[in-house]
Design a protein around this ligand. Structure first.
Ligand code: F6R
Length: 590
C-alpha cells in the first residue's frame, strides 16, 4: 500500500528517494512521483512502475526530495492523482499515505471554491496548509490542519519558500525517521531508510516533525517538544536483493529451510525454549486464546490453533481481523489475544488492537517487523525472523509464523519432547523437496489447464488447502478454492466437470483414507487429480511425494509444493509474480 520517502542533506536526495521507493515497491502501487529541489523545485509523476518515472527525471542531483508510491483509494489511477500534490497556490508540496475521512467537509469549509487538480484527499491537505499559512507560521499552520483531520496520515510537506526544511507528521499510518551525519531520511518502513541512515526512530501517532539537513525535532500537535531516543539500524541492506533468483517469491520460497533453522537458533538455548517467562505466565492465566489475523497470516493461525489446543490445552479461536473489528463475537472469561501479522501494519488488526486495549485484555503480536506499529502497541511481541519479505504473496512468513507459534505452544505445555529436532527434520524435508523443484513446472502445465481449480484435504491438510488456494488465485488469477474434502459432496462437487484440476494434500494417518475417498469421488466425475502426499501415505499415481515428518508439523512442509505450484502457474501465464494485480503488501487502510 502507498509508501513515502523523504530526504534532506548532503547526500543525493534523488538517488536516496528513488532507491527508497524501489524498496517500498513490494507494498504494491499503481503510480509514483517525486518532488526534488536542486536550487528550484521539480515534480515528476507517472502511472505504473517507478522505472517509467525514473526515465522522466531530468536532473542528476538534489539536496531535498520527497517521493511516493500510490495505491489508489481516492480517485482513479491517473498522473494527476499521483503524488506529490501541490497546494492551490503552488507554495507547498505534499506526499501522503493514509485516508483523510473528512476531506470533503474540510474542503468545503476552508477552501470554498478553490479549484482542485486531482480527486484526492491529499491535495486538499496541501491546500489547507497553504490556506492556514496565510495567517500562521508554517509549523503552526501544519499542526492546526492536522488537528482537523479525521482518519490516518503519514505525510511529508515541503515549503517552496524554505527549501532548508522538511516537515512530517504521522497518525495511524507508519513513519520512521533515520539519521546519519549530514542527512535525515524518513519513510514508511525500515527498507526505505537502510543505506541512508545509521540510527532510526519509529514515530508515534500524532507526532509532528521539523527536519533540517543535520537534525530533527519532534513535537506533539500543540507544539510541545517530545523527547526521543534513536536506535541502531541492524538490517543488512543486501538481504533485500534477489540474488540468483528471477523473482523475490522464488527466493523467499527457497529461504524457508534457513528461516526455520534461524528460528530454532533464536528461540532455543540447547533444548530450553527462550521465551520471556512473564509472557508465558500471562498466557497461562487465560482460559481462551483468540487469534486475530488476515489472509495468509490468518491461515497460519488456523494451523497454530491446533498446536495451542494440543500442546498448551487452551481452547483457541481464530478470527478474521476485519470481521472482528466491526462485528466482534462474545468475549467471556479471561481471554488472551494473539495478533499475527507479517508486516505488523495491517489496519484491520490495528482497529482490533485498539478495542482490545480499551477493554484491558492482554495482547501479543507475532510479526516479522520488530519496528512495526502492532509490535510496538501490543503488550508483547515475538519476532518471526523471516528476514524482509518482498514478494507480495507471503510464503516464508507463513511457515515462520507457524514455527514461532509452535514453539510458544510447546513452551506453554507440560509436554517434553525434542521439538528442536522435529523442527530441524521439517527444515531438512523442505530442503530435500526444494532440490527437486523442477518437477513442479511440468505438473503445472499438465494439470492447471482450466480457469478454476480446487485444493482438498482434511484436518491440518485442509488448513493448508486454504492457504494453497489463496496463493494460487492471488498470483496466477486462476479461481481456486480450498475445501474440506468431506464437505465437497454437500454441494461443491456439482462444479466438478471433465478435467477440473483438483489437488489433494495427504499428510496424516487419521484422515488419509477419507481424503482418498474424496479424490475418488471427484475423479469419477472427470476431475484431473494431483496428489501431494507424505511418503507413508504414498500411492503409485501420486505426483508429489514429500519426506515423512511429524504430522503435527507437516503444514510447514506440505505448503511448499503449493507455493511452487502457484509460482509456476503465474510464470506460465506471464503474470507479474512479485507484484500481482490489485494487491498491496502492507494493507494500511481498513
Ligand atoms: C497473501 C498475503 C496477505 C497477507 C495479509 C495480512 O499472500 O500476503 O493475505 O497475509 O494481507 O498481512 P500481514 O500478515 O502483514 O498482516
Amino acid at each position: 500500500m502507498c509508501g513515502i520517502v523523504g530526504y534532506i542533506g548532503e547526500g543525493n536526495a534523488k538517488e536516496i528517494v528513488l532507491r527508497g521507493l524501489h524498496r517500498l515497491e513490494y507494498r504494491g502501487y499503481d503510480s509514483a512521483g517525486v518532488g526534488l529541489y536542486d536550487g528550484k523545485y521539480h515534480v515528476f509523476k507517472e502511472k505504473g512502475r517507478i522505472d517509467a518515472l525514473e526515465k522522466t527525471i531530468a536532473l542528476n542531483k538534489a539536496s531535498l526530495g520527497i517521493g511516493h508510491t500510490r495505491w489508489a483509494t481516492h480517485g482513479r489511477v491517473t498522473k494527476e492523482n499521483a503524488h506529490p500534490h501541490a497546494s492551490y497556490d503552488e507554495r507547498f508540496l505534499v506526499v501522503h499515505n493514509g485516508v483523510i475521512d473528512n476531506y470533503k467537509t474540510l474542503a468545503e469549509r476552508y477552501l470554498g471554491g478553490k479549484a482542485r487538480k486531482s480527486e484526492t484527499d491529499s491535495e486538499v491537505f496541501a491546500s489547507l496548509v497553504a490556506s492556514f499559512a496565510k495567517d500562521h507560521p508554517v509549523d503552526v499552520a501544519i499542526r492546526e490542519v492536522l488537528k482537523l483531520l479525521e482518519g490516518s496520515y503519514a505525510v511529508l510537506v515541503v515549503d517552496k519558500e524554505n527549501p532548508g526544511t522538511l516537515y512530517a507528521a504521522k497518525h495511524k499510518s507508519p513513519l520512521l525517521i533515520g539519521k546519519r551525519n549530514g542527512g535525515v531520511v524518513i519513510g514508511s518502513d525500515m527498507m526505505a531508510l537502510v543505506g541512508a541512515a545509521d540510527n532510526y526512530l519509529a514515530l508515534e501517532d500524532e507526532t509532528f516533525v521539523r527536519i533540517t539537513s543535520d537534525n530533527f525535532s519532534l513535537y506533539d500537535l500543540e507544539g510541545d517538544i517530545l523527547p526521543y531516543r534513536l536506535q541502531k539500524i541492524d538490517i543488512d541492506a543486501f538481504e533485500s536483493d534477489k540474488g540468483e533468483f528471477p523473482h523475490y517469491m522464488l527466493k523467499e520460497i527457497h529461504e524457508q529451510p534457513a528461516v526455520l533453522r534461524r528460528i530454532i537458533t533464536k528461540y532455543f538455548d540447547d533444548s530450553e525454549v527462550r521465551i520471556d517467562q512473564a509472557l508465558l505466565q500471562k498466557i497461562k492465566m487465560c482460559d481462551r486464546i483468540h487469534i486475530l489475523a488476515a489472509g495468509t497470516s490468518m491461515h497460519a493461525g488456523l494451523v497454530v490453533k491446533d498446536m495451542l489446543e494440543t500442546f498448551a490445552l487452551v481452547p483457541t479461536e481464530v478470527h478474521i481481523a476485519s470481521e472482528f473489528a466491526h462485528h466482534p463475537p462474545l468475549i467471556a472469561g479471561n481471554p488472551f489475544f494473539i495478533l499475527i501479522s507479517q508486516s505488523g501494519e495491517t489496519a484491520d488488526l490495528r482497529a482490533c488492537l485498539t478495542d482490545i486495549k480499551q477493554e484491558g485484555h492482554p495482547s501479543l503480536t507475532v510479526t516479522n517487523v520488530r519496528t512495526s506499529t502492532l509490535a510496538r502497541e501490543a503488550d508483547d511481541y515475538l519476532e518471526i525472523h523471516a528476514g524482509p519479505e518482498i514478494a507480495v504473496a507471503s510464503t516464508k512468513a507463513y511457515t515462520a509464523q507457524i514455527a514461532v507459534l509452535t514453539i510458544l505452544a510447546y513452551a506453554l505445555s507440560e509436554q517434553s519432547f525434542d521439538l528442536k529436532r522435529e523442527l530441524a527434520e521439517v527444515a531438512q524435508a523442505m530442503e530435500q523437496f526444494l532440490d527437486k523443484q523442477e518437477k513442479i513446472r511440468p505438473l503445472v502445465k499438465k494439470y492447471l489447464t482450466k480457469p478454476h481449480a480446487f485444493y482438498i484435504g482434511r484436518g491440518l491438510d485442509y488448513a493448508v488447502c486454504l492457504e494453497a488456494a489463496l496463493k494460487l488465485k492471488e498470483i496466477s488469477y486462476i479461481h481456486t478454492e480450498g475445501f474440506a474434502s468431506g464437505e465437497l459432496k454437500h454441494g461443491t462437487i456439482a462444479l466438478i466437470e471433465e478435467n477440473t484440476p483438483v489437488i489433494a494434500l495427504i499428510s496424516n494417518a487419521k484422515t488419509a483414507a477419507y481424503t482418498r475417498s474424496g479424490i475418488n469421488e471427484v475423479k469419477s466425475r472427470g476431475a484431473n487429480t494431483l496428489v501431494i502426499a507424505c511418503e507413508s501415505f504414498q500411492e503409485a499415481e501420486d505426483a508429489i511425494v514429500l519426506d515423512d515428518v511429524n504430522p503435527t508439523f507437516a503444514p510447514m512442509l506440505t505448503v511448499i509444493p503449493t507455493q511452487l505450484i502457484a509460482y509456476y502457474a503465474a510464470l506460465e501465464r506471464g503474470n507479474d509474480i512479485d507484484k500481482p494485480r490489485n494487491l498491496a503488501k502492507s494493507v494500511t487502510v481498513e
